[in-house]
Design a protein around this ligand. Structure first.
Ligand code: BMA
Length: 334
């Protein structure tokens, strides 16, 4: 692929948080030198802030953050930033309005994703309703969040919307699961005419055979909102290895067909990033790198990935979309 001709469908984001690749680094993704970008105790009563979603908003950024409190209750909070580095996370928990009372009762919520879609910021998250399923809501200001119906029956996690309609329908990736720390999990694709009724389910990806790519051999789940490029949708996704010492969460990349995203064009064998630094290897759940958001600048091809570290803090990593696309194809296991 000629990287100069790669087309990236994303805003021009001159204020994307950024650090150049450190000298001597050849990896397609490198960590922010001042990681963790968000500490666990940014709020007075937060036990941990991780697995969170950010988007460009007005002249800066906004986001929905997973903040577990010191009761160890999982909650979501809205937050704002001018530079994507220093965050003002609202201390009050985010509450959704407008849903049918049958589904509106807050039980727990975690692992949010956010995308701008048809002029509204849509939030998907893992929503407690007789078990985890995919909650959906929209906001225009990150103050009032309008909840709609849950997309699926329990049990499901990692619901990730595409940033535009595909074939005339809204589109979402998800990962059917079970009540607990599921030891299985494939990524599926679903469509909706109206963001309420979801169907046309298609299988996208299963875990890889362990002898081919062990970091993703137990379960996988979609990460940030896919980024549209002329080479396909660039999807970052997490994968889990079951070691003798517990689960290890890393993430890699795949390219999905633009009009039929359940067709995987290439898929990385090596991980893009695995837990290696102290803040990724130590925390409430050691050895977790879990991406939920990526900012992309179409002018420079830069990407800034926000990922949860050890279920405790939030990390930031940088790369170039063109290089990651190229790397995914070169190292594909398909
Ligand atoms: C998954 C989710 C994530 C979490 C991960 C590691 O099942 O609950 O929120 O980061 O486990 O604990």
């Amino acid at each position: 692929m000629d990287m100069n001709t790669l087309k990236i469908v994303a805003p021009v984001l001159p204020n994307i948080p950024w650090e150049d690749r450190p000298s001597g680094c050849t990896a397609p993704l490198w960590r922010y030198s001042k990681n963790p970008v968000i500490p666990r105790d940014l709020l007075p009563d937060s036990n941990s802030i991780f697995n969170s979603a950010v988007v460009p908003f007005k002249d800066g950024f906004a986001g929905v953050f997973r903040c577990d409190d010191t009761n160890r209750r999982m909650a979501l909070h809205a937050g704002f930033s001018k530079d994507g580095i220093h965050w003002d996370i609202k201390p009050e928990v985010l509450r959704f309005t407008g849903a049918d009372p049958e589904v509106a009762e807050w039980v727990y919520g975690y692992d949010p994703r956010v995308t701008l879609l048809d002029g509204k910021y849509w939030v998907s998250w893992c929503n407690g309703y007789h078990g985890p399923t995919i909650g959906l809501a929209w906001t225009e200001d990150f103050e009032t969040f309008h909840q709609v119906e849950n997309a699926f029956l329990p049990y499901n996690r990692n619901g990730v919307l595409f940033p535009r309609k595909i074939g005339g329908r809204y589109a979402m990736l998800s990962r059917p699961s079970d009540t607990g720390h599921t030891a299985f999990g494939d990524i599926f694709y679903s469509e909706s005419p109206d963001m309420e009724f979801w169907g046309h389910h298609r299988h996208v990806m299963a875990p890889a055979p362990f002898e081919v790519s062990a970091w993703q051999c137990m379960k996988i789940g979609a990460g940030p909102i896919p980024i549209e490029t002329s080479e396909g949708w660039l999807l970052l996704y997490h994968g889990v290895l079951r070691s003798c010492n517990g689960y290890v969460y890393s993430f890699g990349s795949a390219l999905l067909d633009l009009e039929q995203p359940w067709k995987v064009l290439s898929r990385s064998g090596p991980y893009l990033l695995s837990p290696q630094t102290p803040y990724e290897c130590m925390g409430d759940v050691p050895n977790v790198a879990f991406p939920c958001a990526a900012l992309a600048d179409s002018a420079t091809g830069r990407i800034a990935v926000y990922y949860g570290c050890a279920d405790t803090v939030t990390g930031l990593a940088f790369g170039y979309i063109g290089e990651i696309v190229d790397w995914t194809k070169k190292h594909s296991i398909l």
